[in-house]
Design a protein. Structure first.
Length: 288
């Protein structure tokens, strides 16, 4: 399978109206200025199409309706990653007869009601990881007889129960895995569920004097989104992710606008403590 990486390309129109027969995979990243021209393309033999970091901050907002009118006769994998996607209602107008995997990870998707009347006969994997989905009931009438895996990973505001899992299993007889980590259903409710640890490697120095966080909100597995959300500084997970992208916090040792520094025990100011959050060692200010 040959891969074509479309990065730095300013105009989709430069791809032409029909993708050459030998191309099987296309990845589109950043900087695209004429997303409306996607609908004019025959993707021909393309089996994998990925959009990543196609953000409204650097060019016109990406919308799923940009793909309405395009032809995807052989497309097996479609991914829209970290592209600030909100509305997926146009999915019903995009024929995807061969699609096996659909990914909407790390977007602002809340409403998935389009799945109530949707049919994807060959779909095996569906992911809403890192989105803002709250209501999963539209999937109870979604037609996907070959579906094997669904992910709601890091949908912190989603409510999920064992009965929901049973309904999904009934709807999708081949279903093998449902990922619901860090949803409301699995989120600890008391301080006993949040053991804390001190650590001294790389820490996040928040440099915000008004940052006050309760010690019993954090434990291994809590994300930066959780920290922002429960600090009272943000009202939603979407706002938390925006603050992350704007450089207010760091994730997994990636430095955002010099807000991160290496600290030792001697550097820790009074009232601050290291707390282990997944793979991050985070310095937080505790309530007095």
């Amino acid at each position: 399978m040959k891969n074509v990486l479309v990065k730095g390309l300013k105009k989709i129109a430069l791809l032409g109206k029909k993708i050459p027969d030998h191309v099987r995979s296309i990845e589109i990243k950043e900087d695209i200025q004429d997303l409306e021209n996607l609908k004019k393309i025959d993707f021909n033999k393309v089996e994998s199409l990925e959009f990543s970091y196609v953000s409204y901050r650097i060019h016109p907002e990406f919308q799923l309706k940009n793909l309405v009118g395009a032809k995807f006769p052989h497309l097996k994998f479609l991914s829209i990653y970290k592209s600030d996607l909100k509305d997926i209602s146009s999915l019903k107008d995009i024929p995807l007869p061969s699609l096996e995997e659909l990914v909407f990870e790390h977007n602002f998707v809340k409403d998935i009601s389009v799945f109530k009347t949707l049919s994807l006969p060959k779909l095996k994997k569906l992911s809403f990881g890192g989105c803002d989905v709250k209501d999963i009931t539209p999937l109870f009438s979604f037609s996907a007889p070959n579906l094997e895996k669904i992910s709601f990973h890091m949908n912190e505001e989603a409510s999920f129960s064992l009965k929901d899992a049973e309904k999904l299993k009934k709807q999708f007889p081949l279903l093998k895995k449902i990922i619901v980590l860090r949803t409301e259903y699995f989120f600890p409710k008391t301080s006993k569920d949040f053991p804390t640890k001190k650590n001294t490697v790389v820490a996040f120095n928040i440099k915000m004097p008004h940052w006050k966080i309760s010690k019993d909100l954090f434990s291994k597995g809590v994300t930066m989104v959780d920290i922002l959300k429960h600090s009272g500084l943000v009202e939603s997970c979407s706002e938390a992710r925006r603050k992350i992208s704007e450089g207010i916090v760091k994730i997994r040792n990636r430095v955002w606008k010099n807000h991160c520094q290496v600290l030792t025990n001697e550097d820790i100011p009074q009232g601050w403590e290291f707390i282990h959050c997944g793979k991050d060692k985070v310095l937080v200010k505790l309530k007095s």
